[in-house]
Design a protein around this ligand. Structure first.
Ligand code: COA
Length: 373
């Protein structure tokens, strides 16, 4: 058995930013237009008016201050309210592959590894641009990597489930150098016309390179243990999603074609699930909360992370012990905990241990215990 290690990470950040104020102004203009054009039905009680959104509510309820998006056009147009992506010819790279490759190249450069030595690419994301050929195989081709590649989807937990799959293969010897890449184009499966969730998501891509610890060329994080868990719930659901509205405009008004959630229930049900999952994982590895130097949590909601941090550590986390990035990036689905790890792990010392943990639809929870070497 080989010891797997994270030797590099990469982060692609789109160039376009949408602040809460910009988002709310566009949403409220859409709401005014909708309410005016449906005034008779609203007065007759046949249609509910669209309520106004509010930037202060968004920060207070979620901790989100802005989000990055791959395509800003359309999202802030009250007559459109979704991103517009021009169709690409068959021989052009998919958007997910393009942004995924950017993150992968950074991860490889950080680790000093050339793409030709990679023999496994897993594209682990909450939505995929097409069914097949797999985006991962396209990324493998664009990078010039060898071996094999496949896509997987465990919603917001895709990155940690992907890390477990790659780490297990490296342990067993079926792969030597694996890229787990998370191109998350969340803006394309968000219903921007739903006041209760229009602020939640942003776009990004992350990549994690996992190799045999013996092959690491510099500082790295040994993957001590991984654990994944799932429990079925309909409280976060997306019956179709990716780019569907642009392709099939007749489906545009079916609410279930985009991301839907019962946010309050998610909050109540997922928090105990995650806290217990991390606590049990640590205990089974003979670790205690006091052994942890850092928690890199899924980035959906600040209050959720505050709660989990407190529950796992048994006290309020010190500043920096449980870094949040959602104020800048919003919820980027599976990429969130990897962004936090990418940005806030370089200062850890040899022997320091931390947990990367993601959670979300399914429900699903994944945790990765790592130690700086
Ligand atoms: N602007 C102003 N008011 C809003 C609003 C908005 N954009 N969205 C909702 N509200 C209102 C609601 O209508 C409700 O009003 P009421 O009390 O009169 O009924 C009130 O604010 C509270 O709404 P609620 O949905 O209960 O807010 P919340 O505190 O639960 O926060 C979320 C909403 C989505 C931020 C929060 O539930 C959350 O983060 N949940 C978990 C998300 C998660 O992890 N999802 C996984 C996705 S991968």
């Amino acid at each position: 058995m080989h010891q797997p290690a994270i030797t590099g990470t990469g982060l692609y950040t789109p160039e376009h930013v949408i602040t809460n104020d910009e988002l709310v102004a566009a949403f409220n203009a859409y709401a005014d237009t909708f309410n005016a054009s449906h005034a008779a039905d609203i007065a007759a009680g046949k249609t509910d008016p669209v309520p106004q959104s509010n930037a202060e509510f968004i920060v207070a309820a979620s901790g989100i201050e802005q989000r990055f998006v791959y395509a800003k056009d359309g999202i802030l147009d009250p007559a459109v309210m979704h991103p517009i992506l021009p169709p690409r010819p068959m021989d052009a790279p998919s958007v997910m592959a393009e942004i995924g490759v950017d993150a992968c190249q950074q991860a490889l450069a950080n680790a000093g590894v050339s793409a030709g030595d990679v023999d496994l690419v897993i594209c682990a994301a909450s939505n995929h641009e097409r069914a097949y050929p797999a985006i991962a195989v396209e990324i493998q081709e664009l990078l010039g990597a060898g071996g094999f590649a496949f896509d997987m989807n465990v919603a917001c937990s895709s990155a940690t489930f992907g890390i477990q799959a790659a780490a297990d293969m490296i342990r067993a010897g079926s792969a030597k150098k694996a890229l787990v890449v998370n191109p998350e184009l969340c803006s394309h499966h968000l219903e921007w016309r739903d006041r209760d969730c229009h602020f939640i998501f942003g776009d990004v891509a992350t990549a994690t390179l996992i190799e045999r610890a013996d092959d690491a060329q510099g500082d790295h994080f040994a993957i001590k243990s991984t654990r994944c868990g799932t429990v079925f719930s309909n409280n976060i659901r997306n019956n179709n999603g990716f780019l569907r509205r642009a392709q099939y405009p007749e489906m545009a008004d079916r609410r279930d074609m985009q991301f839907m959630q019962n946010g309050r229930k998610v909050f109540k049900e997922v928090l105990p699930l995650v806290s217990k999952h991390i606590g049990d994982h640590l205990a089974d590895e003979g670790l205690q909360a006091a052994d942890l130097k850092r928690l890199w949590l899924h980035q959906a909601n600040k209050s959720m992370n505050d709660f989990i941090g407190k529950k796992v550590l048994g006290r309020t986390p010190e500043p920096g012990e449980q870094p949040n990035i959602l104020q800048d990036y919003a919820n980027t689905s599976s990429a969130g905990s990897i962004i936090a790890f990418h940005k806030y792990s370089a200062d850890l010392q040899t022997g320091d241990t931390g947990v990367i943990c993601s959670f979300g639809a399914g429900y699903s929870v994944g945790s990765v215990i790592i130690t700086r070497c």
